[in-house]
Design a binder for this molecule. Sequence first.
Ligand SMILES: Nc1ncnc2c1ncn2[C@@H]1O[C@H](COP(=O)(O)OP(=O)(O)O)[C@@H](O)[C@H]1O
Ligand SMILES: N[C@@H](CCC(=O)OP(=O)(O)O)C(=O)O
Length: 382
Amino acid sequence: MSPANTATPVVSQSKRLVVKVGSSLVTNEGRGLDLAAVAQWAAQIAALHAQGRQVVLVSSGAIAEGMARLGWARRPNTMHELQAAAAVGQMGLVQAYEVAFAGHGLRTAQILLTHEDLSDRRRYLNARSTLYTLLDLGVVPIVNENDTVVTDEIRLGDNDTLGALVTNLIEAEALVILTDQSGLYSADPRKDPSAELISTAQAGDPALETMAGGAGSGIGTGGMLTKVLAARRAANSGGSTVIASGREPDVLLRLAGGERIGTELRALLPVRSARQRWLVNQLRLRGRVMLDKGAVQALTQGHKSLLPIGVIAVEGEFERGDVVACIDEHGVECGRGLINYSASDARRIMRQPSGKIADILGSMSDTELIHRDNMVFLRRPA
Ligand SMILES: Nc1ncnc2c1ncn2[C@@H]1O[C@H](COP(=O)(O)OP(=O)(O)O)[C@@H](O)[C@H]1O
Ligand SMILES: N[C@@H](CCC(=O)OP(=O)(O)O)C(=O)O
């Protein structure tokens, strides 16, 4: 048995949880809101509340429910039709949750987020304090992407990623992704009947991405791959992920009781500082700096600041203070941080010792390209 298998199941230890439910589950494979399922999850979340746990629910299903309400049999292709469907369906979603939770004496709140809300530090902090306030008030926040205002280029698209970002945002210890399968299998069980359920693994293990490569149900957008990637993202702020069937009776209560259900993808990284969690949450970065082997080692093993001498290429256009990725020679990201020089200055000082910065640029603001305090170190498991 691997060490991960002997550890206490994560949900049982978690005081703050994010639960994500996927479109095909919420809408009964696109046939329309599954009110019985919504009632089940609400009853379980109310019971978790009574145990003193805080829960944020990330629910998909707006587009699928909107399509059902509008009588559309096929998913539209155009963005504005998808946005219209989401606007119609979101009404049904929040109404269903409000009614279901009210039956347990709990209030709900609708939170619609975009990628930009989480990448802009001020809006990120605002969203965070609103969520914390709601949790302190004992309200259950119901989160979805703000589909009506996002375009193709900037949308997150799948709520697995959103669930992970919310996990990072509120420093939840666990992300529970409820879906239409019993968990992550060694291959897509719809196509390969011999596929086996993975019960525990380390979040971020690249082998998981190969297993989850297949497409999703057709109702949801992400498939299993986005769930595995979400687990990796949640792990960056110390959150572990469980992928389980939303149709399993009392799944949330049993997980909280310590039962092993579905797939647990454990975070082995330490919980990071608030600024590091914000850095981890950035999905689209302004640029990339490519490091030589020595600099990669200094970052990943020594957690040192990045000096210009270790940089062999600079990609993109960015200004001082922007977030950039540090990549190795194969393009794998090993860290990211707030850079002290613009892209044009960085190109001029790369490969040079810090002592030469003033000569090259005419002045020197910092000896480091990225200071370790403004950096988050990422290391994928071998
Ligand atoms: N290795 C795998 N294990 C389990 N399911 C997989 C795997 N690879 C692909 N899938 C597919 O992913 C689907 C779940 O993703 P999706 O439809 O996006 O769900 P949701 O709407 O819950 O996010 C499953 O129905 C399954 O067909
Ligand atoms: N925001 C979208 C969710 C997108 C989506 O399909 O997500 P998922 O089912 O979690 O893969 C909606 O509510 O329809």
